[in-house]
Design a protein around this ligand. Structure first.
Ligand code: RTP
Length: 155
């Protein structure tokens, strides 16, 4: 009840080009939706390479950085903002460990992906990155504030 007085926690989730091309959008969106998280922003874009580099700036010294940025900008990405109590941490749980070979069965990457370079989805790893990534991918006016009918049954 009190939970929706203040604005709830938000996270940035993206279905990468492999997930989009494989037709996994509805499968992935439905897992977040059924859990009880609320979709407050969504769009499909092909991120330019320099944009991908900005998104992954923390990984710029890693050997896979260039390939990763090329891949992210190679096709349509479904960018989303999801809202709910604990959505940053629990979103990462729904997604599973970075390498699908180590992801818990039942998680998105375990159930739907095989290798780390094609792990179909991204999710912010903490409150600071969530804030930064939402700001990088979305304008304030692209995010919608609304009360869903289900909320009073979820909280
Ligand atoms: P993400 O940011 O995509 O949610 O993934 P993450 O936090 O679980 O993993 P992170 O370490 O931030 O790595 C970002 C993405 O880089 C790719 N990667 N490739 N070839 C490799 O060894 C390797 N390691 C990581 C993955 O696509 C990973 O999601």
């Amino acid at each position: 009840q009190e939970a929706h007085a203040a604005q709830m926690e938000r996270t940035f989730i993206a279905i990468k080009p492999d997930g989009v091309q494989r037709g996994l959008i509805s499968e992935i969106v439905s897992r977040f939706e059924r859990k009880g998280f609320k979709l407050v922003g969504i769009k499909i874009i092909v991120p330019p390479k320099d944009f991908a580099q900005k998104h992954y700036h923390d990984l710029k010294d890693r050997p896979f950085f260039n390939g990763l940025c090329n891949f992210l900008s190679s096709g349509p990405v479904l960018a989303m903002v999801w809202e709910g109590e604990g959505v940053i941490r629990y979103g990462r749980k729904l997604i599973g460990a970075t390498d699908p070979q180590n992801s818990e069965p039942g998680s998105i990457r375990a159930d739907l992906a095989v290798v780390v370079g094609r792990n179909i989805i991204h999710g912010s790893d903490g409150p600071e990155t969530a804030k930064d990534e939402i700001k990088l991918w979305f304008k304030a006016e692209e995010l919608v504030n609304y009360t869903s009918n289900a909320e009073k049954w979820i909280y």
